[in-house]
Ligand binder design. Structure first.
Ligand code: AHR
Length: 528
């Protein structure tokens, strides 16, 4: 296995800001993602604040969740928000047809979600029902959340306990419209989406768009200047169109073309969504535990494909939007594995191993390398579903290896990307060849240089000689996440089998050598 060559951080060539929203989360009404995982109800013996479990809130606060997407996923396009507002005793019970026909008590609705987002200190990303709902229903929902007195909707919200309008940072215009949200062709979707983008208003005065300068628009029209320069409220809500399924370019092409030729006075979007999961070689049945090196290497090799997919969509977007006004939002991603034995398969509960934490770090590094275009992502999902941060069982809670990666990466939130040059070395298994070490560097908001190093090789440590161009780095301090095996997992009896440990290195003979254990993620701050 080839070893990595010396690594230089180009601190003198700063790149774009790594938007903290790339560390976003996704919480769908699916299995025990919300009910049991987040919501236990105010009468539960499990400690809670207004029904929301305190242990989960505390853990999520620690990873500084920037944004959380809700209520789905596929659930969103069958969700009727009116079912989930008002006095708890009057809420209707419905059936979650997407996910095992589970009972949906609607006890966790709009106000509870907003309370949850506020408790964890996160922004809200709401997905409106485009598939089976109407423009009016979505508009009314926004009215309920964002209007101010004397509007009746604001009075209704106040009666439900929340006088002030809510802040909505992102609005999703449907979910997977090529699949569970439709199915629609890209052209059919654009026709439908435009009306949602046009009529669904955020009425929160703090988020309102600045007044339109008609004189300037008229001048632009007369001089043939493209009208993509309408003033934006930096605090305003951003609309995200439902976008492509993995590498399929059709939605990207059609939406971007429509955007380019739109009249921004009438409709606009700020991003398009991309969904790409990592399935392994046995989709929905790839083992989550007790797997071997073949499965390890296969999942990491597929994780690398995220880079190819983003590059492909970015190239299409560049044709229509070279200034990168529209963000590519990877609002569903993660490893999707075999459900845990004895659980309802459609609840998508799966174990989370060190390998999955490594895959999360590799994905985050890919997103950061595309920071100019990728400005939000939402891992699927937050609690108890797919590649979760947290698992719960009654009153018990555990943190997954993926959670630890998110915590270690907090310094990269809103940090400035710094290019890295190095020979990554090679890790080979059978016909698979991967870089041995994956690296990401950035200047944090604290002004410090941060470096993440992922050693993919499960059989050998890696020694990386790191330096910062123009600066003498004599120390590296941080944390390393590893475990006896790549398939190690945390369980309720051994919750810290995979947990970060302190890591430090100091220079000797002017060389700062970082010794990375096999299958590990290391995040350090470099210091003089
Ligand atoms: O995250 C689980 C499901 O995967 C979502 O509901 C859907 O959008 C996707 O297919």
């Amino acid at each position: 296995t080839a070893n990595p060559g010396p690594l230089t951080i180009q601190a003198d060539r700063p790149g774009p800001v790594i938007n903290r929203d790339i560390f976003g989360q996704f919480a769908e009404h699916l299995g025990r993602g919300v009910y049991g995982g987040v919501w236990v109800g105010p009468d539960s013996k499990i400690p809670n604040v207004r029904g929301i479990r305190t242990d989960v809130v505390d853990a999520l606060r620690a990873i500084k969740v920037p944004v959380v997407r809700w209520p789905g996923g596929c659930f969103a396009d069958e969700y009727h928000w009116r079912d989930g507002v008002g006095p708890a005793a009057k809420r209707v019970t419905t059936v979650n047809t997407n996910w095992a026909n589970a009972v949906e008590p609607n006890t966790f609705g709009t106000d509870e979600f907003m309370d949850f987002a506020r408790q964890i200190g996160s922004e809200a990303y709401l997905s409106v029902n485009v598939g089976s709902g109407t423009v009016q229903e979505a508009g009314d929902w926004l009215g309920y959340m964002t209007s101010v007195a004397p509007a009746s909707a604001a009075r209704e919200r106040a009666l439900n306990g929340h006088k002030e309008p809510y802040r909505i940072k992102y609005l999703g215009l449907g979910n997977e419209m090529w699949g569970c949200g439709g199915p629609l062709t890209p052209d059919e979707y654009v026709t439908k989406m435009k009306t949602f983008a046009h009529f669904v208003h955020n009425q929160n005065p703090e988020q309102a768009a600045p007044p339109i300068d008609f004189a300037k628009i008229a001048k632009d029209l007369m001089t043939g200047k493209p009208m993509d320069g309408l003033p934006r409220n930096p605090n305003g809500m951003r609309r995200i169109a439902a976008g492509p399924n993995s590498a399929d370019p059709s939605y990207t092409e059609v939406i971007m073309k429509a955007w380019k030729t739109r009249s921004p006075i009438y409709w606009d979007i700020d991003g398009i969504s991309l969904h790409q999961y990592t399935w392994g070689s046995l989709p929905f049945a790839e083992p989550a535990t007790n797997f071997g090196e073949k499965e390890y290497a296969t999942v990491l090799m597929q994780t690398q494909l995220m880079d190819r997919t983003i590059t492909k969509h970015s190239e299409i977007m560049d044709k229509y939007d070279p200034n990168k006004a529209i963000a590519l939002v990877v609002d569903e991603w993660g490893v999707w594995l075999k459900p845990t034995e004895g659980t309802e398969p459609m609840f998508l509960e799966q174990q989370n191993s060190l390998r999955d934490g490594i895959a999360a770090a590799m994905n985050i590094n890919i997103f950061a390398r595309h920071a100019d275009r990728v400005r939000m992502t939402n891992i699927a999902q937050m609690v108890n579903v797919l590649q979760s941060m947290i698992m719960t069982d009654g009153s018990k809670m555990l943190l997954t290896p993926t959670y630890h990666v998110y915590k270690m990466y907090v310094p990269f939130q809103d940090a400035t990307y710094l290019p890295v040059t190095f020979g990554a070395g090679e890790y080979k298994f059978d016909k698979i060849t991967l870089p041995k070490v994956d690296a990401l560097a950035a200047r944090g908001k604290d002004g410090q240089v941060w470096l993440s190093l992922v050693n993919l090789d499960p059989n050998a440590a890696a020694d990386v000689n790191a330096s910062v161009a123009g600066i003498t780095a004599n120390r590296a301090d941080g944390e390393v996440l590893t475990a006896p095996s790549f398939n190690s997992v945390n369980t309720y009896s051994k919750p810290a089998a995979v947990a970060p440990k302190p890591f430090s290195a100091s220079a000797s003979n002017g060389k700062l050598m970082l010794h990375l254990p096999p299958h590990s993620v290391t995040v350090v701050r470099l210091q003089p």
